[in-house]
Ligand binder design. Structure first.
Ligand SMILES: Nc1ncnc2c1ncn2[C@@H]1O[C@H](COP(=O)(O)OP(=O)(O)OP(=O)(O)O)[C@@H](O)[C@H]1O
Ligand SMILES: N[C@@H](CCO)C(=O)O
Length: 321
């Protein structure tokens, strides 16, 4: 469960009152997620999500995140829309934290997506990439290749506690990526954390995407790489190429990939695996005292990284363009 910040009933009620949504009738902390504190808030006008932004969210990025959700919603993309308070502002403060309320999205995430759902994800991801065009605020990806070494530096000396030899292995990966990360692929707004728990389905159809708090301007194909890792591995750590093909088919039905993007997928997927391995490694070794949170397994992403390291071209996965 991710509730890092305790909020009193009075504080929460006063915060909700600053919006034009009717009186608070109930609320509860949400037992999912690892990044921010989330509450499901019921008022006289319906359910809303209240988020208190925690450690990894830089407050100066909030106009980007909130503005992006508004931009995408206006273009018909189904994602939460920030509410404006009585002063016309989307961003407020609660319990010493920046906080916002967004619309509630119906649907549920699926633990084991089907091939069909992977295809739907591909379609929605490409739609997101298209809908992001024209968004005027820019945000560099703080967790792209330039951010990995500083992140690793904060936990490198304890990496071998998680697995012997890990520090050395990651060091070599960092050197590799710093020398080989592609720079000239098409860029745009990406979600950058499009895991299964951020994609909702309703009656079998994809109903919306949440959690834009890692969104940024980066290589569009990097989003695909993140999803290859998050959607196309089975619980026994085997890569499911049928799911990967379906995802790419869905994606390309909206936005065809260039040859360069297609060829870069193994490297991007390996880099994406390192990125999530590193944040998980850091979190695994630094659970805040008293926080109600279950850290995610860094080794899962180490295995994915090693798998991609053995791949040279997408054809080695069995993925045709
Ligand atoms: N707009 C929304 N509509 C409905 N449910 C939501 C919405 N936003 C968040 N949730 C619920 O809250 C949970 C946690 O939200 P979210 O994924 O944004 O948190 P997080 O801490 O940023 O998580 P993560 O670990 O995925 O980064 C979701 O799994 C979902 O159940
Ligand atoms: N989706 C991330 C956690 C949230 O950033 C992970 O699974 O490591």
């Amino acid at each position: 469960m991710a509730v890092y910040t305790e909020v009193s009933d009075e504080e929460l009620s006063a915060f909700v009152d600053s919006y034009n949504v009717g009186a608070l009738t109930s609320y509860k902390g949400i037992a999912e997620g690892v990044e921010n504190s989330n509450f499901l808030v019921q008022t006289e006008t319906g359910p809303y999500i209240l988020t208190l932004y925690e450690k990894r969210v830089n407050p100066s990025d909030l106009p980007f995140f909130l503005g992006l959700m508004e931009h995408l919603s206006e273009r018909g993309f189904n994602c939460p829309t920030p509410l404006k308070n009585r002063e016309g502002k989307a961003l407020g403060h609660l319990a010493g934290r920046p906080a916002a309320m967004v619309t509630f999205l119906d649907g549920m995430w699926v633990r084991r997506p089907s091939v069909e759902q992977c295809e739907q994800l591909g379609v929605a991801m490409a739609q997101l990439h298209k809908a992001g065009e024209g968004f005027e605020i820019e945000r560099a990806n703080a967790l792209s290749v330039g951010g990995w070494r500083p992140l690793f530096a904060m936990c490198a000396n304890r990496a071998d506690e998680v697995q012997k030899g890990l520090q050395n292995e990651i060091e070599k990966e960092l050197e590799y990526f710093e020398a080989h990360w592609p720079k000239d692929l098409p860029k745009g707004v990406i979600h950058a954390d499009l895991f299964v728990d951020n994609v909702f389905f309703l009656r079998g159809a994809l109903s919306g995407i949440i959690d834009f708090y890692f969104a940024c301007n980066d290589l569009l194909a990097y989003d695909i790489a993140i999803c290859l890792n998050a959607w196309c591995f089975e619980p026994d750590d085997m890569f499911n190429v049928t799911k990967a093909r379906a995802m790419l088919k869905g994606y390309q039905s909206v936005r065809p990939l260039s040859l360069e993007e297609y060829n870069a997928l193994p490297l991007l997927a390996r880099g994406a695996a390192l990125r999530f391995h590193l944040t998980r490694l850091y979190d695994w070794l630094n659970v805040p005292e008293g926080a109600q949170v279950t850290p995610k397994d860094p080794i899962e992403y180490l295995k994915k990284l090693r798998f991609h390291r053995s791949i040279r071209t997408p054809m080695d996965y069995g993925i045709e363009r």
